[in-house]
Design a binder for this molecule. Structure first.
Ligand code: FAD
Length: 406
């Protein structure tokens, strides 16, 4: 049996960050990073944004850095089981690998509608191969249909229009971005998509999806039919928990970890999209985030704790989305908010602050062209972290610097 003291399963954002953080934090033993994809670890956000090549992924780190840092990166290698008693992993190759501490950074997989044949004209989006297949239907003369008005669906819709395709987006809910984005900003984005020529069907269920050699046909609940060259099903993801489940680790909307990102086995940690954790700033409410920065930050903290440093994870949730020339940023979680204050910024940008019944700032959402909202969202994040109760009239007044409220 091969031995590696620190082993990370999953070579995405969280796993790669953790591997390098182990070294940066002074660890001198062996580190193995095991990923089942055949590539160098790559960034996922560019896969749904314009400005990247369809078939070339943006690497998270250059290949040489693995050797420089003494990290053994095993690509195309799937971990099939964890033997917690033996402290070892079983790989698809049949090999076993012993660990002292283990990090699960297995990410998430797109939800699929059952009964469809994925890969030819019907796709989901998580990998660089899927992005390249979808990109084929993103040019003039092609019709791309998208099921689901979440971030992935909307970013792909924007990308499709920019690249010249006809785009139809179908959302079952009455509006896009029902989860985690305030109505005002979601409707502003929805209006922008309509202006850009996206055919939007909101509040529409799907009756049937059929596929033949020439097209995909989608029959809506109202009987209308959409015929497209390709369909992307963007209806959310589910955490990759099979390994953890079979090993008897506690699950709760993902691998359940504590504030130190430790599972119920003190030698096994989890980070990124695959795990749920108690968010300190909201009294320990358990959430699972699907966000790039969260994966990075949890990777770093998990590495520290694999080394016994007892670092508490207390970041404020944050994510962004780019559509056309607009950027949406959300800091914090708005659930529980009873009032909203709007702060207008220049060039049509705006920030919404979400407050609870005690006047505490819970979250802030901003929409504007490129970097317009970044600075204020960053300051809002600091206010949220400090559990601040800012004066609503000061929040609403762009002449009052948010920094002065800290
Ligand atoms: C198209 C797209 C666009 C996005 N855009 C944004 C954005 O604009 N803003 C934002 O904040 N976030 C965005 N995200 C989300 C962000 O990319 C994810 O939150 C982040 O990549 C999660 O990182 P992770 O390391 O937890 O998981 P992943 O990146 O999914 O990595 C997990 C890896 O583990 C591998 N794996 C799983 N099981 C095993 C096993 N048993 N053995 C070996 N390997 C295994 C998987 O194949 C995968 O390679 C986007 C995601 C996608 C897909």
């Amino acid at each position: 049996m091969a031995t590696s003291a620190m082993v990370i399963v999953g070579a995405g954002e969280a796993g790669v960050r953790a591997a390098f953080a182990l070294r940066e934090q002074g660890y001198q033993g062996s580190i193995s990073l095991i990923g089942d994809e055949p590539h160098l670890p790559y960034e996922r956000p560019p896969l749904s944004k314009v400005g990247t090549e369809a078939d070339s992924a943006r690497a998270i780190v250059a290949e040489a850095r693995f050797a420089e840092a003494g990290i053994s990166y095993r690509r195309g290698s799937r971990v099939c089981a964890i033997d917690r008693v033996e402290h070892s992993l079983i790989l698809a190759s049949g090999e076993t690998l012993a660990y002292e501490r283990l990090l699960l950074a297995t990410g998430a997989a797109p939800r699929e509608l059952p009964g469809l044949h994925y890969g030819k004209r019907i796709h989901t989006l998580r990998t660089v191969e899927q992005a390249a297949a979808i990109r084929c239907a993103m040019r003039e003369g092609q019709h791309l249909a998208i099921l689901g008005g979440g971030f992935i669906g909307l970013e792909l819709a924007a990308m499709g229009r920019i690249l010249g395709a006809t785009v139809t987006l179908i959302e079952m809910q009455p509006r896009v971005l029902m989860r985690g984005v305030p109505e005002r900003l979601a409707l502003a984005l929805q209006a922008r998509h309509a202006t850009e020529g996206v055919h939007l069907f909101c509040g529409q269920g799907v009756e049937n999806i059929g596929e033949d050699d020439t097209c995909v046909s989608i029959t809506l609940a109202n009987g209308q039919r959409v015929s497209a060259d390709a369909l992307v099903v963007g209806i959310g993801v589910q955490p990759n928990t099979a390994l953890a489940a079979e090993a008897g680790l506690t699950l709760e909307n993902g691998v359940a970890v504590d504030g130190y990102l430790s599972t119920n086995d003190p030698d096994i940690f989890a980070a990124g999209d695959c795990c749920s954790y108690p968010v300190a700033v909201y009294g320990g409410r358990r959430v699972r985030l699907e966000s790039w920065r969260n994966a990075q930050e949890q990777g770093s903290v998990a590495a520290a704790n694999m080394l016994g440093k007892a670092e508490f994870f207390d970041s404020v949730p944050w994510f962004w989305s780019d559509q056309y020339d607009l950027t949406l940023q959300v800091a914090g979680l708005a659930d529980g908010a009873v009032s909203t204050v709007m702060r207008p910024l220049s060039d049509g940008a705006e920030i919404l602050f979400h407050l609870d019944d005690d006047g505490r700032l819970l979250a802030a959402s901003g929409l504007g062209r490129e970097g317009a909202v970044a600075r204020d969202i960053r300051l809002a994040e600091m206010l949220i972290a400090r559990r601040a109760h800012p004066d609503p009239s000061a929040l609403a007044d762009p002449a009052v610097k948010l920094k002065s409220l800290l």
